[in-house]
Design a protein around this ligand. Structure first.
Ligand SMILES: [Zn+2]
Length: 497
């Protein structure tokens, strides 16, 4: 029997059975449906709920939709043609089907869409913003909508044998002047001016001054309190709905990451990050456990300010080193940006931004420093792999994907979903694709499962509890497999260890 990291013995019969089904998509799906999967630590709240749920919510609220674009509206807009959604509307089925196609990648037809799949994917979030945006922290409607989506994620996790969700939840709501009052314009101009001139020293000093202003701002502190309280309310509320899956949503442990939106103005990004960090410190690792940066990495502002976003993370790390970060980095590939911009995003996230984990890391083969993988390995920085997401958004799959480079270099791999609702996938399917495409052994797969807990942003006590739970679930799962698939083995009596 092979020992793996968490001290679990894996029966060789299960390993052999797994080897025998590795090329069979359906058999792998069956196997991974039953297998305990630990945590999904890279999934976005609004991208993880399925379009059916969005339709259900929108119809129950009598919202309006433009059928051509798929954009939802709370109130009937004057200048846009819309129809009102309801459960009793005429032609319910056809409208519902058409909107599911608009709100996900189902039936995506590239020749019908003028821009690329990446633009289509990121555009989907905008269509649904009438249901997902938060105008202010007191907005009960927003809280209820997001809690309903969260409830769906939890129910599915329980049914999928997932023990932990680390959800990339919501961004803080930042006032227009970013806590800088009348000095906002000056700082905004200075920051952008120095960045444009490539003046590192003055940009850095300006950022430092802004950080000090944030530190002195009572408004920023109060914003962090209210942001944290919204996340806590969201979590509590999400356990109060009844569900058709008939599961107890408390059966899955849930934590949240806050985030900044990288396509916004740099001061706004910094203010969002600051509030998330402050709120994480206030919560002391209980529910809001980390910070991320999201949105299209190839957009104009994301690219222009990438290095400075990493400097912001670095500066915040200096002051609040207890806050954990997972950074979307290297969600790029050949053809999406100029080749020279594929060479530094992951290394900067680790070295400048002090990322605890890397999300995606797809452009790794283009990193300028070919020894960088070794640095990641020494740092023990894991990578979150999202196969369906990378295939749809970037067109990267099979041997183009760097997952095997990471694995061979000894980088801990975590399998995750990214946006399973929009992408019409699940964690089960992500494990299936990992085994089918890259031929990982059962023990390697099992290590990925344990990595999802080992590198989660949880307290050691919580990790211990989840590891014990996982150990027991694996014993149960493997014994079931022995019974089901080795019935004629005379010596079968479960494990002997
Ligand atoms: Zn993501």
């Amino acid at each position: 029997m092979t020992k793996i990291e968490n001290g679990i013995n894996t029966p060789k019969e299960v390993q052999e059975y797994f080897e025998s089904i590795k090329g069979n998509h359906a058999a792998l799906r069956q196997f991974f449906t039953a297998m305990p999967k630990g945590g999904d630590v890279h999934n976005h709240l609004t991208g993880s709920a399925y379009a059916e749920t969005y339709f259900e919510l929108a119809a129950s609220k009598g919202m309006f939709v433009n059928l051509e674009t798929g954009k939802l509206y709370k109130e009937k807009p004057e200048d846009v043609e819309t129809i009102q959604l309801s459960k009793d509307m005429d032609d319910l089925h056809n409208h519902r089907m058409a909107l599911i196609d608009k709100w996900s990648i189902r039936n995506f037809q590239p020749y019908k869409y003028p821009l690329g799949p990446d633009e289509y994917f990121f555009g989907t979030f905008g269509l649904l913003s009438a249901l997902t945006s938060i105008p202010d922290y007191d907005n009960v409607d927003s809280l209820n909508n997001l809690a309903y989506l969260m409830h769906e994620l939890k129910g599915r996790a329980v049914r999928e044998n997932v023990q932990y969700l680390e959800v990339i939840g919501i961004a803080p709501i930042i006032p227009k002047n970013c806590f800088l009052d009348e000095e906002y314009e000056k700082y905004d101009n200075d920051l952008k001016g120095y960045i444009k001139k490539d003046d590192y020293t003055n940009t850095f000093l300006t950022l430092r001054n802004i950080f000090n202003k944030f530190e002195d701002s009572k408004e920023a502190d109060e914003n962090a309190n209210r942001y944290l309280s919204f996340v806590q309310d969201l979590e509590n509320k999400s356990n109060t709905f009844k569900n058709y899956l008939d599961v107890h949503t408390n059966d899955v442990m849930c934590c949240y990451q806050g985030y900044a939106v990288r396509g916004l103005e740099p001061i706004m990004v910094f203010a969002q990050l600051y509030v998330v960090y402050k709120a994480c410190v206030k919560d002391n690792g209980k529910l809001l456990v980390g910070c991320n940066i999201v949105a299209a990495e190839d957009s104009e502002k994301s690219m222009m300010y990438y290095s400075w976003h990493m400097e912001m993370f670095g500066m915040l790390y200096e002051h609040y080193s207890s806050v954990k970060t997972s950074l979307h980095a290297g969600e790029l590939t050949m053809g999406l940006v100029r080749p020279e911009h594929l060479t530094y995003h992951i290394s900067q996230a680790v070295l400048k931004g002090s990322a605890c984990r890397i999300g995606h890391g797809v452009d790794m083969p283009f990193e300028e420093d070919s020894g960088f993988l070794h640095i990641m390995q020494i740092n023990n920085t894991p990578v979150e792999i999202n196969l369906t997401s990378n295939e749809f958004i970037l067109g990267v799959k099979d041997s183009e994907h760097p997952i095997t480079l990471y694995h061979k270099a000894g980088i801990p791999i975590i399998i995750s979903t990214d946006d399973p609702g929009i992408l019409r996938t699940s964690l089960t399917e992500q494990y299936t694709l990992a085994a089918l495409r890259y031929g990982f052994s059962y023990n390697e797969i099992k290590q990925f499962v344990y990595n999802s807990i080992k590198y989660a942003f949880l307290t050691e006590t919580d990790k211990d509890a989840l590891n014990t739970k996982l150990d027991n679930l694996f014993i149960e799962f493997e014994d079931n497999y022995l019974i089901t698939y080795q019935p004629s083995e005379e010596n079968f009596g479960g494990r002997t260890d």
